[in-house]
Ligand binder design. Structure first.
Ligand SMILES: Nc1ncnc2c1ncn2[C@@H]1O[C@H](COP(=O)(O)OP(=O)(O)OP(=O)(O)O)[C@@H](O)[C@H]1O
Ligand SMILES: [Mg+2]
Length: 508
């Protein structure tokens, strides 16, 4: 007796087709699973045996072989249980092969036959659809899988028994409804920040152009406070972006109740984070914080406190927007198009107001050297956040809050989107991602701006990267002003966000 059913293996966010083949032959009673299965898959035998027992079925007293094809693709995780048990049920003649031929299945079995949630239902449903099949998944994963499209047949079963009854026509499992995750708690508002006008402006520019931002300032100056307010001024995700973000969160098992992410991600991993936690990978590969921040913000507070090698691992994703995790025999790709927001004190001792560091300028230079030059080079906006004075704190709250700033940010992003769409540029969403030809074309300053930039490049000894950084930021400043052309003022402001001047000052 032979049967086969489709399931999926996750390689990054991609779901690859896997066929579960089951053969029951006369011979010594045995149950083998072959096909490069890891320990979780091998242990599936016991879960399958017990789950079948719980619905009143026993494994045949014969030789059972389960093959997961293709045999050279590693199979990791517990989500193969459901396909294996369905394959066995078909081979045992409990379910007809035609009933399941149009489906791929993922899910973990509990010993009592209930089907437990597994990560990756959304990419699995999209993958199954690409194979021209529907998806059988655990009930809690149903709302998530339903986002793959209205035409995708999703069967979300709570228990093995309900699945068997569905296929026998004794019960109909309802189609799950897609639902959205909307956080109810209000986001912290920019109104709470007194003074710090230039830092707020830089935050607005960063949000408008998707630029990386570094804030340097003494303890208590409000850096963490400002960063926490960035989500409140970021534009909402488009429906396609929601799906993209949710795919990654689904793989990490972070979609709460199977609801799609609607808010832009904001991830703030602690500085003790390991390489695997930040960029992904590990013994059972999972997306890291950088991928979970895809299309959103990765906030690294106390930047020099991160392990230097962990920080340097972010260099490649900051440039390419994706993370490649190399495994022994294959590569895994996770998306990581992130906006990096970092905060740090000028020196290890903090460097607060009225405080002179006893160790002198060496303290600052040593502390800052913990962040490599190439890493700093990837940050478009470097700003100083000075300590707030008591006079600032007693000021009445600013009249302008996050809502007004967000309106301007959205308008600036719309201009960028329209310009890129008119050009037919694919894969570029913000000014921060402009390179080469596109940057030359969109950010070319007018005559006065050109002159200023040329002078500045000579006197400030701008590197090629620094030069392009100024152009990108100037383009965003022009977008915030609703200007088609990049003018002298935009170049001048963009030049003020250069890091070199800042570093020289703190070292001197
Ligand atoms: N501009 C400000 N307006 C209102 N409150 C402020 C401001 N700056 C700082 N505060 C107050 O100071 C507290 C500390 O700020 P925050 O934690 O953001 O400082 P920080 O710059 O991140 O310091 P550290 O370098 O020690 O991490 C805030 O929780 C807030 O109560
Ligand atoms: Mg802080």
């Amino acid at each position: 007796m032979y049967s086969q059913i489709a399931t999926l293996a996750f390689v990054g966010v991609e779901a690859r087709a896997v066929e579960v083949q089951v053969r029951i032959t006369p011979g010594n009673p045995a149950f083998h699973i072959v096909g490069l299965a890891d320990k979780a898959v091998a242990e599936s035998r016991e879960r399958v045996r017990n789950a079948l027992h719980s619905v009143g079925l026993g494994l045949p007293y014969k030789h059972l072989t389960v093959n997961l094809a293709p045999a050279d693709l590693p199979k990791e995780g517990s989500h193969y249980d459901l396909a294996i048990v369905i394959g066995l049920l078909v081979a045992m003649g409990v379910i007809s092969p035609e009933a399941v031929s149009g489906y791929a299945a993922i899910g973990e079995l509990a010993l009592d036959g209930s089907i437990r949630a597994v990560p990756g239902a959304l990419p699995a449903a999209i993958g199954a659809n690409a194979l021209g099949k529907g998806l059988i998944c655990p009930e809690p994963c149903g709302p998530e899988a339903a986002w793959a499209g209205e035409n995708v047949d999703v069967l979300a079963a709570p228990h093995l028994l309900s699945l068997v009854n569905h296929f026998k026509g004794l019960l109909t499992l309802p189609r799950p409804k897609p639902s959205l995750e909307r956080s109810d708690k209000p986001l912290p508002d920019l109104k709470d920040v007194r003074g710090q006008e230039s830092a707020k402006r830089a935050l607005e520019v960063a949000a408008a152009g998707g630029h990386n931002l570094l804030m340097v300032g003494p303890p208590g100056s409000g850096k963490s406070m400002l960063a926490a307010r960035l989500p409140s001024i970021l534009p909402p995700l488009t429906p396609e972006e929601m799906l993209e973000v949710s795919m990654v969160h689904s793989l990490a098992g972070e979609l709460m109740g199977g609801k799609l992410c609607i808010d832009r991600p904001f991830r703030a991993p602690h500085h003790s984070a390991s390489m695997a936690a930040l960029v992904g990978g590990g013994s059972r590969p999972k997306p890291g914080e950088a991928s979970l921040a895809h299309l959103g913000v990765l906030f690294l507070d106390e930047l020099p406190e991160y392990q230097p090698n962990v920080l340097d691992a972010l260099r490649q994703p900051l440039e390419t927007g994706e993370i490649v995790v190399a495994r022994a025999n294959h590569r895994i790709l996770y998306p990581a198009r992130i906006q990096l927001i970092a905060a740090m004190n000028p020196c290890k001792c903090g460097g607060g107001p009225g405080m002179t560091c006893r160790r002198g300028p060496r303290c600052a230079s040593e502390y800052q050297a913990r962040v490599s030059g190439p890493m700093m080079d990837r940050v478009d906006l470097h700003i100083e956040v000075p300590a707030v004075t008591a006079a600032d704190l007693v000021l009445p709250a600013a009249t302008e809050g996050s809502r007004e700033v967000r309106t301007r940010v959205i308008a600036a992003r719309d201009r960028q989107r329209a310009r890129l769409a008119a050009k037919g540029a694919k894969g570029v969403r913000t000014n921060a991602e402009l390179t080469g030809q596109l940057l030359d074309e969109f950010a070319a300053p007018d005559a006065a701006g050109q002159t200023l930039l040329r002078q500045a490049a000579e006197t400030m000894k701008l590197s090629a990267r620094g030069y392009h950084r100024v152009l990108r930021v100037a383009r965003t400043l022009a977008d915030l002003d609703a200007c088609d052309d990049v003018g002298r003022l935009h170049i001048a402001e963009a030049l003020s966000y250069r890091g070199e001047a800042l570093r020289e000052r703190s070292v001197a």
